[in-house]
Write a protein that binds this ligand. Sequence first.
Ligand code: HEC
Ligand code: HEC
Ligand code: HEC
Ligand code: HEC
Length: 446
Amino acid sequence: MMHQTHYISEPISASKSLSILLVVVGLFSSLLVAGSTIAAELPQNDQEIHLGVASCASGVCHGSVRPKSGSAVLQNEYVTWSRHDRHRIAYQTLLTPESARIATNLGLKNAHEASLCLDCHADNVAVEQQGEKFLLSDGVGCEACHGGAGDYISEHADAATDRQHNIDAGLYPADQAADRAKLCLSCHLGTADKFASHDIMGAGHPRLAFELDTFGILQPAHYLVDEDYRAEKWYGDSLVTWVIGQTRSTEQTLSLIETRLDSGGLFPELALFDCHTCHHPMSEPRWLANRTGLPPGSVRLNDANFVMLFALAQVAAPSLEMTLREQMTALHQAVARRQPLADLLASIRQNIAIIERDAVSQAGPTMPLRLLRAIAVAGSEDQFADYVAAEQATMAIDMLLNAASLRDEYRTWLDRLYADVSDEDAYNPDELLATMVEFNRLLSVR
Ligand code: HEC
Ligand code: HEC
Ligand code: HEC
Ligand code: HEC
């Protein structure tokens, strides 16, 4: 079963109006890319007591029905989450016939008691860390993202308490784009500890796809980036969020290759590879040997994020683009030949860190159009023939057109792009290629 992700069919105007909430134009003087702060422990691994959503939900705290004026936060976070956010139903999903089928296929008693599933579909902390009002059935609740509140609940609403104090008391710094990426990716891509492996996929789990900025916009907004938010927290616009999302996803993919490639069985962990290299009709061979440098018939790594990184390198750190391309080809080959990866991964990581640093420091009004041009050229050279690459390109282009204030002008073309990727099973790389050639033409005459 190949699952169609929802954002692809999301009407453009809906996501656009939401994005306005989050798009903050300005300088990134307050920018703190992770690396400059000590990496925070993920909420699922913290040592705090997780009090449960009910502890956050009272009417005077985060459970107001309407946003409150005169408050530093909206205070209706609970209502937004409980009525509109899919994280609210993540546990309920484990009770559906679809999950029962997955569980049966995996030989589990059921899905809703299996750590394998709860680790991503709930705030699955140890029993000793569960407070009185804690309920697993709350799914991905407040503390699954904001950290166990046992130590910060009493003081965090006090205006005199500074942010660092809260963070020291267990509040997860979800505002920092790099920490946020780490948080979201822990469930939306996987870690060494929890991963939607090919066993789970084969049992019927949908394929996972993620992009930090797009998914941040799709998650119903329960916070506003306003004056006092900016005074206290890190904030960046969609472009910077996307950049950090791309670099951190790649980094996380490399870690998964490092820790999860050896499945202990006859085959490596297949979920690290592009699903469609194996799962496609035999009547449509897809020759992508040149890009990866692998012989025909090879299984390719899922390199969706790598492809966007090439465009980013071209624009922000041009001297690294070729090196990065060569390194990625070497990675495809080393994985295929089961060669040692440690040195190669280390030097790729170094280059990604440079690209991130340079891209973030150069991010500004001209960058979206320059990135769009780089992506258009890559697409018109057939570099997005794999569905996962086309999917990442679509999310990037949508964000960049918006950032360059070109979305209305390119609306007809953008609808065509969305149509090309709307159905994963009917995806036709030739149609996408024609769409990208047209895009490149449109951009080259402006
Ligand atoms: C503890 C695991 C976990 C974390 C952390 C997490 N998510 Fe999720 N997310 C899920 C699960 C599970 C679902 C699917 C819920 C369902 O439908 O049952 C989901 C669904 C979503 C959806 C809806 C997707 C769709 O297809 O409609 C969006 C958007 C989303 N997450 C964004 C985010 C963002 C942004 C972050 C980081 C700020 C994040 N998530 C952090 C587990 C997590
Ligand atoms: C690595 C984290 C992870 C693990 C492990 C995991 N899931 Fe999920 N699951 C997700 C995310 C994230 C989504 C949402 C995908 C999206 O819409 O983008 C999801 C979606 C689903 C969906 C589709 C929900 C919908 O509304 O369409 C089902 C069903 C599901 N998971 C069941 C399970 C079961 C059963 C298990 C255990 C065998 C499991 N999951 C393990 C992260 C995970
Ligand atoms: C899937 C992850 C996720 C879940 C679940 C979640 N949040 Fe958030 N929340 C975020 C992110 C990301 C931000 C923006 C970054 C930040 O301010 O930390 C945020 C911001 C906030 C803010 C800050 C607003 C401001 O102006 O400073 C509050 C308050 C908040 N969330 C409360 C809640 C409450 C209460 C719940 C549960 C009902 C909840 N959140 C559930 C991810 C999540
Ligand atoms: C190296 C090749 C390969 C890759 C890559 C691969 N698979 Fe598979 N997959 C297989 C094989 C072989 C089977 C078992 C035969 C079958 O059921 O079709 C299978 C079975 C499945 C099944 C069960 C099909 C059924 O009819 O019961 C699903 C669903 C699935 N894979 C999804 C995925 C997803 C999602 C990905 C990407 C994350 C992926 N696969 C990546 C080779 C692959």
